[in-house]
Design a protein around this ligand. Structure first.
Ligand SMILES: Cc1cc2nc3c(=O)[nH]c(=O)nc-3n(C[C@H](O)[C@H](O)[C@H](O)COP(=O)(O)OP(=O)(O)OC[C@H]3O[C@@H](n4cnc5c(N)ncnc54)[C@H](O)[C@@H]3O)c2cc1C
Length: 568
């Protein structure tokens, strides 16, 4: 192979995983196979934007220390091996949830180790700058970052959670807020939101009850001097007096529920009896024979299997369809806000109690943990247009949000704390099917299922996860690549009917994930992995591999690293 220059753009967990695989593979290569890696990150190397090591301590990971590692399985991962898992490195219990900044410190040390301990034939050169442009020249790819130009042979885009430009509805809210002395905070990372500007005592609407909602809540309570205290009656919130009042709302009216405690690692695997690789492959063959396309209807063909698996996991399963667990208030009406809030606080306390007991066989938490266990299998049916276009849209807009309520939540302690914040009146959930309208006096929130729920807020924080949308990506680099036809959006097309779903995701080939240009050709020199490729693939928001286990996280990185070293 000789000499090669590679650029890794974005050194969060995904970019880091490619570097680790590259360094490890180069140890086994002849010494005259030399690689220089320009490692670009605009924020920090290793920790990057999500795990930045300087964020406040109340932002926590929702994966445990024992499960989190950058150490790939097998004998190859020598430089990083001594760091082990986050638990060993950080002196934490395996079931503890590290703060995000603590995990960021681990990731930064992984990066430093790769720079310092790589074999002599690899040089990793960090650049703290945003790459704003890539163009093709006769001598290779030319990158611009921080006012300098770099010439490289290959590029890996691991740009992660990019910012998205506001859509029409969000622009209207911004304009309304500007014109009426209000405040609208569009979707993004809570660490980057101007939450300090929310006035103590002000009523603030928060839309979305997922992980960003938990972050926002923690920032304006723990982050403003509030404390939780355990007393005889249970957990209590002791306010500092500086908190705003959060009018919280979402479609279902239920926040993400708690993840069952993980006392040890490896976690005893959830035994999958119905949703298996073989059965999913058989579904595809049946679909091809019946319809002429291997694309599947997820709701009709796959979801019943998942429900059956849940019923087997939970002995009382028949009474608990998963959709009902995620949306327990779908058909319920409440006389007033106090009734709804008391009901929700009870539900959250019960959920935290169940989660603290762990993933006990036969319980609801065993069924919801199953949803995590099937995550590595679902890409087999979803990725690269595996679903019919309409079904793909439904999967992303209905199945995924509902399954995340049940299986992507925070630790039990955070759910119990949320119940205490509701008791204390700091968090005031509005109700199911919550609505926000822009009124002259403020943002009017209400729920059609809760009598007297209408309130007027002086600020609205959008805590929903920003949807992947290449066309609205705010990054100068993505804009330029798209405008120059060097990348393209993944459009899922049914070959039989011609039905289409423009997914908003960055189009890539199967491994090693070469980007597909505007004319439909795979680029031999540019790879993309991680969140940037969401919607073409599913569930790429993974920031860690499993200790000692093969996982899509390591497999993706290894496939890209191997391709970077291919002969020209
Ligand atoms: C708030 C939040 C909490 C999360 N918590 C967890 C958790 O607890 N556990 C878990 O497993 N996952 C969690 N996730 C999911 C998350 O997707 C992954 O953990 C992980 O961060 C994804 O890694 P990544 O490398 O793909 O993206 P990122 O971590 O987003 O890293 C991408 C990097 O690319 C850089 N970058 C982007 N564009 C450019 C450019 N043009 N030039 C230079 N640099 C650039 C950015 O600065 C950034 O550092 C969380 C996500 C968020 C947003």
């Amino acid at each position: 192979m000789g000499q090669r220059v590679v650029a890794v753009i974005g050194v969060g967990p995904r970019g880091l995983s490619v570097l680790e695989r590259l360094v490890t593979r180069l140890r086994e290569r002849p010494p005259d196979d030399e690689v220089t890696v320009w490692a670009f990150d605009a924020v920090g190397h290793g920790d990057g934007r999500v795990w930045r090591a300087d964020q406040p301590p109340w932002f926590a990971a929702n994966t445990t220390a024992g499960e989190s590692t950058m150490c790939a399985p097998g004998a190859g991962c020598l430089p990083v091996r001594r760091l082990g898992t986050m638990a060993g490195w950080g002196g934490l219990a395996v079931g503890a949830y590290p703060s995000r900044r603590h995990y960021g410190q681990y990731l930064a040390e992984v990066f430093a180790t790769l720079c310092a301990c790589g074999p002599p034939n690899v040089r990793v050169r960090p650049v703290r700058a945003e790459v704003t442009r890539i163009t093709r020249t006769p001598r290779g790819l030319r990158l611009v970052a921080g006012g300098n130009a770099y010439l490289v042979d290959k590029v890996v885009l691991a740009t992660g959670h990019g910012a998205t430009e506001p859509d029409e509805a969000q622009l209207a809210l911004l304009r309304h807020a500007d014109g009426h002395g209000l405040r609208y905070v569009p979707p993004g990372l809570a660490t980057e939101m101007p939450l300090d500007e929310l006035r103590p005592g002000a009523e603030v609407a928060v839309r979305g009850l997922g992980l960003t909602f938990y972050d926002v809540t923690r920032a304006v309570t723990l982050g403003r001097g509030g404390r939780f205290r355990t007393c005889r009656e249970g957990l209590r919130y002791v306010p500092s007096g500086d908190e705003p009042r959060l009018l919280a709302l979402s479609r279902g009216g239920v926040p993400f529920l708690a993840r069952p405690a993980v006392p040890d690692f490896p976690v005893p695997p959830v035994r999958l009896r119905v949703v298996t690789e073989e059965r999913l492959a058989a579904l595809r063959e049946t679909a091809l024979a019946a319809t002429g396309t291997p694309q599947l209807d997820f709701a009709r063909r796959v979801e019943p299997l998942i429900q059956f698996e849940a019923d087997l996991a939970c002995s009382t399963g028949a009474a608990h369809p998963l959709a009902g667990l995620a949306r327990p208030f779908r058909d319920r009406f409440f006389a007033g806000p106090d009734d709804y809030r008391a009901c929700l606080a009870r539900l959250l306390r019960e959920d935290a109690r169940r989660a603290e007991a762990g993933c006990v066989d036969g319980t609801v938490k065993a069924a919801t943990e199953m949803l995590r266990a099937i995550r590595p299998l679902l890409p087999l049916v979803v990725d690269f247009g595996g679903l019919l276009p309409g079904s793909h849209r439904d999967f992303l807009s209905r199945f995924v949000p509902e399954s995340f309520v049940l299986s992507a939540g925070p630790p039990a302690s955070h759910v119990a704390q949320l119940a205490a914040l509701i008791d204390a009146g700091v968090v005031r959930p509005v109700g199911p099917a919550g609505r926000v309208e822009a009124g002259a006096d403020g943002f009017v929130v209400s729920s059609p299922q809760v009598g007297g729920s209408r309130r007027v807020a002086e600020a609205l924080v959008d805590a929903r996860a920003p949807a992947r949308n290449l066309a609205r990506d705010a990054s100068p680099l993505v804009k330029q690549l798209l405008a120059d036809g060097m990348i393209s959006e993944f459009v899922n097309v049914d070959p039989v009917t011609g039905d289409r779903f423009a997914t908003g995701g960055l189009a890539v080939t199967p491994a090693p994930y070469r980007v597909i240009d505007g004319r439909g050709r795979a680029d031999p020199d540019i790879h993309a992995l991680g969140v940037a490729t969401n919607h073409t693939r599913w569930f790429t928001e993974v920031g860690t591999g499993r200790p000692g286990q093969d996982s899509p996280f390591f497999r993706d990185a290894d496939a890209v690293a191997a391709a970077l070293l291919e002969p020209r």
